[in-house]
Ligand binder design. Sequence first.
Ligand code: ATP
Ligand code: MG
Length: 432
Amino acid sequence: MIKAIKGFNDILPEQAAKWLHLEAILADVLSRYGYEHIRLPIVEQTDLFARAIGGATDIVEKEMYSFADKSDPPTPLTLRPEGTAGAVRAVIEHNMLRGDTPKLWYIGPMFRYERPQKGRYRQFHQLGVESFGSALPDADAELIAMTHLMWQQLGLKDEMRLQLNSLGEIDERHAYRDALVAYLTDKQDQLDEDSKRRLTTNPLRILDSKEASTQAILADAPKLADFLGEDSVAHFAQVKSYLEALGIDYEINPHLVRGLDYYNKTVFEWVTDKLGSQATVCAGGRYDGLIGQLKSVGASSAKSDKPVKSEPGVGFAMGLERLLLLIEAVAPFEPTAACDVFVAAHPEVYSAGIGYAQNLRYKRPDLRVKMASATSLKAQMKKADKSGAALTVIIAQQEIDDNTISIKDMRNGEQSSVAQDWLSSVDNFSAQ
Ligand code: ATP
Ligand code: MG
């Protein structure tokens, strides 16, 4: 028996109904903020991710699903591990940034070769949002405010804590990195193995090491905040002040660095205490250099010989599996039956039954009308019992002769005979 690949999950109907419900709530909030939906490919050139995310990150170093296609020479391709790189590629390729400030969102599967566990899978799903073209701190605050409203709509407002940090500009971060490396090099014997390795590959990631011994050494390390320039400090202060004006609480986490190289200035995470070590449900930040960087390496097919001007962006992604785990734990969705009205028809008059159900669907778009195949009425009634329908319509020869239908109230089992068009009027039956 061939089974699904480890870390790749089927989402079965009961669960999938919750996904649809969640996605509808999130999409609604996004449209209320004027964000537009975009659909992007799942496969991109490997180079795009290597350049955008950074060669020394966990994702590019060890988590990507990469393969060569059958072209000659083969093109190195990768299943997308995240959405920002592809979104940036698309807005460059389609010239969407010229004089405009697109605000976009997308949803779909991402792929990372990680050790599967609760809240961590190899195929998982993100809702991603990217706001392009504004370097001003209101763009950062708007994204955070929007997620805040999403938590409120989902009943999760009290479960989420907002953590904030500023990474400053690239050169400020580099100066800090040098100072951190100088400080830690003396003490490298006391670092955990991962952090020792990162000292040469990606030193900032040492800051979010989970090892207590490493954290103890970091207590006296130089602070990133002391390396930020005036502009970065003012930008961050303005983001915080907008959040305060909006009444959104935050914590400053000076060790929040994020695992992707493209961030500058604001970075943020929404974390929960309810999901163990998979605590981050939503994460994002600003990436003012990424568009220029991808343009200058010719990642786009857009022909432009104009000088590259700074084209800022800020975005976030939320992990939908983690979000659903949290919803399940603290504010589960009300289960909804997949059907309101079940139509059971005697096999000899089954075509009248189909006709009745079809007509009902035209006349009552508010009702979900289900039928079973033309087996015995008894077998169909069993299916009606299981369907969750509030009402079953029964049609046999007698009903056709009398121009009636029989209806069975599934909550109390009472059966009665009513006019054939009884359900066509909205007043007679409400699914609620
Ligand atoms: P983590 O530190 O948990 O590995 P990350 O920093 O790698 O997360 P991002 O790349 O920022 O995560 O992705 C944004 C969000 O996507 C995460 O906060 C999380 O909710 C979700 N996510 C990331 N990787 C996975 C995964 N393998 N399985 C399920 N959800 C994931
Ligand atoms: Mg990760």
